[in-house]
Design a protein around this ligand. Structure first.
Ligand SMILES: Cc1ncc(COP(=O)(O)O)c(C=O)c1O
Length: 442
């Protein structure tokens, strides 16, 4: 007699999350509101990560929740290359009011990486030129093309070559690293860019410069306005497009609606946005002048989920909340409070090399000292980041060398929450410094 194995026995496997997933904190979220995350461990955490700069209006803002709920009852997936839906039309209309003058045509995707790819494809199609120049430390995403444009750490591009061709890297004016003042660093970076354009990457073969207004994953480094202006001038001179990646720095986060607006009067040719756009729903967009967009043919880009109706409704609500609650101004004021508070509580710690930021993007760079020389201290940054979680404050690290702790509160963050977050950061830093002193001394 043949024994037939029971299918129920075979079905007993349980799956687990892939070890590919690396998590910065051990927190499992039960629910969240505003600047606060409530963990399944019963603890309340002040969230200065905001899903990596995504939940702009805070977690579960009632107006965003209501807009999404209402849209769910109408239609969830109105596939935008098949049918159109009102939230996307309304969002496009509203974005028109905040987009830089002249950038009047918008195309939607789902994620930052997809929008970066959309921008690069548009730039190449519009100019019929292959090269893209990126700036050292820039982060533009994880898909293969976006990873090819990313220089914020080899961890984002190692091991799956070949990467996309036609990408060239110029230095970023990282004044602290070079040990220079900002002007010297800007002069150097512009000079090296000119050198690249004469020595290796001909302007006639170059479609675009791609830059973040604040390097995000690359270390929370504000791009000096004079550097952006230098790129604009060279772009105009050589017929190269200036593409700004506002995925992390846009949507009010830096205290202006767009990060590049810190460079007075500067207008990019293509703007990329995602993250804060819909307070947590996945939607991204690129904007450019209609004339430029028209150089790519209809149907040259698209996707199954792009411009999702629920995400678009949440984005419309996000824009309304940002406007009605004065959140861009709040980001500016609370950002100044956070930066000065963190400078105050980190003063006197040798392990802190630099504290910098723009609006609600604040980075603390950790270093080890050897006389006058410093080198990146990733272990210190990681220890402080982990300690903040124990002290009830969620933070992240960043930087190619992993030695920067970044603080990214929601745009709705209050005076009291900034004060509390600063205090918790100070306690975490004191704990780590104390432990290190103890270890060194023993
Ligand atoms: C500046 C910038 N560009 C692009 C991306 C990629 O976005 P996504 O992770 O949504 O693909 C990110 C993500 O952190 C980013 O910060």
């Amino acid at each position: 007699m043949t024994v037939v194995e029971s299918p129920r026995v075979l079905a007993q496997q349980t799956a687990s999350l892939s070890p590919i997933l690396k998590q910065a904190t051990p927190v499992i979220v039960d629910h969240a509101l505003g600047s606060w995350i409530h963990g399944t461990d019963g603890r309340d955490y002040l969230d200065f990560t905001t899903g990596i700069g995504v939940t702009s209006t805070g977690h579960c803002h009632p107006r965003v929740v209501a807009a999404a709920q209402e849209q769910c009852t109408r239609i969830i997936h109105a596939q935008y290359t098949t049918v159109m839906h009102p939230p996307l039309l309304e969002l496009t209309d509203k974005l028109g009011a905040v987009l830089p003058m002249g950038l009047d045509s918008v195309f939607y995707a789902n994620s930052g990486s997809e929008a970066v790819e959309a921008a690069v494809r548009l730039a190449r199609m519009a100019t019929a030129k292959p090269n893209i120049i990126v700036f050292q430390g820039g982060f533009h995403g994880r898909t293969v093309a976006a990873a090819s444009l990313t220089t914020a750490g080899t961890r984002f591009s190692a091991g799956f070559s070949p990467l996309m061709g036609g990408v060239h890297m110029a230095p970023f004016p990282y004044a602290y690293r070079y040990g220079w003042d900002t002007d010297t660093a800007v002069d150097f970076a512009l000079r090296e860019l000119d050198y690249l354009l004469t020595s290796r990457v001909a302007p006639n073969d170059t479609a675009a410069f791609l830059i973040e207004p604040v390097l995000g994953d690359g270390g929370y480094l504000p791009t000096p306005p004079r550097f952006l202006a230098g790129l604009r001038e060279r772009a105009d001179r050589h017929g190269i497009l200036l593409v700004v990646d506002e995925v992390q720095a846009g949507f009010g986060r830096t205290g202006k609606f767009w990060g590049h607006q810190h460079a007075d009067g500067l207008t990019p040719d293509i703007l990329i946005t995602a993250k804060g756009l819909a307070s947590g729903f996945p939607i991204s967009a690129i904007a450019a002048p209609t004339e430029l967009m028209s150089k790519a043919w209809p149907g040259s880009q698209g996707g199954t989920y792009g411009g999702n109706a629920v995400a678009a409704a949440a984005a419309v609500a996000t824009l309304d909340v940002i406007d009605d609650e004065g959140l861009v101004e709040n980001a500016r004021v609370r950002g100044e409070q956070l930066l000065s508070g963190i400078r105050e509580v980190t003063a006197g710690y040798d392990v802190v090399g630099d504290v910098r930021g723009l609006g609600l993007m604040v980075g603390i760079e950790f270093v080890a000292r050897d006389g006058d020389a410093t080198r990146p201290d990733a272990a210190a940054a990681l220890a402080v980041q982990q300690a903040t979680t124990r002290h009830g404050l969620l933070t992240l690290t960043c930087g190619p060398e992993g030695n920067v702790v970044r603080l990214i509160p929601a745009l709705v963050v209050s005076d009291e929450e900034i004060a509390m977050g600063t205090k918790r950061f100070a306690s975490a830093l004191a704990e780590v410094a104390g432990e290190r002193a103890h270890t060194d001394g023993s």
